[in-house]
Design a protein around this ligand. Structure first.
Ligand code: PHE
Length: 344
C-alpha cells in the first residue's frame, strides 16, 4: 500500500507541474483529492490494516494529500498571474481612461474658505472656539441680564449636565460671540480675530435651520472707532458681493455692543431703487457694533484705554444673498441631495 501511495504522489506531482491551464489543474485535483479521487480511495482501504499500521499509513496519506493540495494551490496562483500578464500585454494605452468620480467641497465650506481669505487679506486671523460652551462665555460676560429671553430654553439648547460653579450651565452656542470673550481673555492686544463656527437655535423654517454658521469679527486696540467698523464692513461687502454694492449701518440694540447697528447692503437686483426682493432697496446682512465697556471689563481690559468693534453675520445667509443664487429654503443646504449640491 505504501508503494501504491508513492506512485500516486509522484504521478500527481508530475501532472500538476505540467498543467497548462486552470481547467487542466482542476481535473487533476479531482483525479487525486476529489471525492472519488485516488488519495480518497486509498484512505478508505486502510480499514483492512492492523490498528498500528492503520495509524502509520493514515498519517502518510494525509501528508501526501497536504503536499499535493499545496502544490495545486501554488500552481493555480502562478497560472493566474500568467493569464493576467497576457491580458496586460494587450492593453491599448491610447484608450481613454476611466476616471473615478470626483466630488467637491460643500457650498457652505466653500463660502467659509472664501470669507476667511477675504479677512486674512487685511490681517485678520481665523480662530476656533468651542461650539459647546458655558453660559458665562455665551451670555453672562457678554452683558446679558439673567432674565434675557435669549437665555430661555425656548431660544437656546442647553446640555443636561451639572452647571459649572463659576461658568454656569453648558449650551450649544447660539452665536459666535462667545469667541469674543475667549479671544480677549486669551490673547494679547491688539486683536484682529475672525471666528467662524456652527451655531444653534431652536428654530426651523425656510430661512432658519437649528444648526447654522456664523462668522464673527472682533478688533480691539487703541483708538478703534466706528470708522474702522464701517471700513471693514465695506471692504467685506465689496470683496464678497461685488464692487458696486454699498453698505449702510442702522441703529439697533445688542447687549454686548454700544452703539449697536444692523448692517444692510444695497440690493443687487434693483441697485438700491427698491424691488420685490428688497422692498426699500436694502437687504439686511447682520449685526455689528462697538464692544460694550462692560464686556471689555469682564475680560480685564480697561475701557478708558482700549476700544473695539465686533460684527456677526450668518454664513448661509450671505451664501443665499449672493447675486444669482436663489435658494428658496435654507434647509436645502443640509438636505444632502446631490442633484442640488452638484450645482456648486
Ligand atoms: N451675536 C449677534 C447675533 O447673533 C451678532 C453680533 C455680533 C452683533 C457682534 C454685534 C456684534 O445676532
Amino acid at each position: 500500500m505504501e508503494e501504491e501511495l508513492l506512485r500516486i504522489k509522484n504521478n500527481a506531482i508530475s501532472l500538476i507541474l505540467e498543467a497548462k491551464s486552470k481547467q487542466e489543474l482542476n481535473e487533476i485535483k479531482l483525479q487525486f483529492v476529489g471525492r472519488s479521487g485516488e488519495l480518497t480511495k486509498i484512505f478508505k482501504e486502510i480499514t483492512k490494516l492492523s490498528p498500528d499500521k492503520k495509524a502509520e499509513v493514515g498519517k502518510k496519506i494525509n501528508e501526501t494529500k497536504q503536499i499535493v493540495e499545496n502544490l495545486i494551490n501554488q500552481t493555480e496562483a502562478k497560472l493566474g498571474e500568467k493569464a493576467r500578464q497576457r491580458v496586460a500585454h494587450n492593453i491599448d494605452v491610447t484608450d481613454p481612461a476611466v476616471l473615478p468620480p470626483l466630488g467637491h467641497l460643500h457650498p457652505v465650506t466653500q463660502v467659509i474658505e472664501e470669507i476667511t481669505n477675504i479677512f486674512e487679506r487685511i490681517g485678520f486671523t481665523r480662530e476656533r472656539y468651542p461650539e459647546i460652551d458655558f453660559d458665562w462665555f455665551a451670555f453672562e460676560a457678554l452683558n446679558f441680564p439673567q432674565d434675557h429671553p435669549a437665555r430661555d430654553d425656548w431660544e437656546t439648547f442647553f446640555i443636561r449636565q451639572q452647571p459649572d460653579p463659576k461658568h454656569g450651565p453648558v449650551v450649544l452656542i447660539p452665536h459666535t460671540s462667545n469667541g469674543q470673550i475667549r479671544e480677549m481673555l486669551n490673547k494679547e492686544l491688539p486683536i484682529k480675530m475672525l471666528n467662524i463656527a456652527k451655531t444653534y437655535r431652536r428654530q426651523s423654517d425656510v430661512s432658519h435651520a437649528a444648526m447654522f454658521h456664523q462668522f464673527e469679527t472682533l478688533v480691539v486696540g487703541k483708538n478703534i472707532s466706528i470708522v474702522h467698523l464701517k471700513g471693514t464692513l465695506d471692504y467685506f461687502v465689496k470683496s464678497y458681493f461685488g464692487a458696486d454694492r454699498k453698505t449702510r449701518i442702522r441703529p439697533y440694540h445688542f447687549q454686548f455692543t454700544e452703539p449697536s447697528f444692523e448692517v444692510d447692503i444695497s440690493c443687487g437686483v434693483c441697485d438700491g431703487k427698491g424691488c420685490k426682493l428688497c422692498k426699500a432697496g436694502w437687504l439686511e446682512l447682520g449685526g455689528a457694533g462697538m464692544v460694550h465697556p462692560n464686556v471689555l471689563k469682564a475680560c480685564n481690559i480697561d475701557p478708558n484705554e482700549y476700544s473695539g468693534f465686533a460684527s456677526g453675520f450668518g454664513v448661509e445667509r450671505v451664501l443665499m444673498m449672493r447675486e444669482g443664487l436663489q435658494i428658496d429654503d435654507l434647509r436645502t443646504l443640509y438636505g444632502n441631495k446631490l442633484e442640488f449640491l452638484e450645482q456648486f
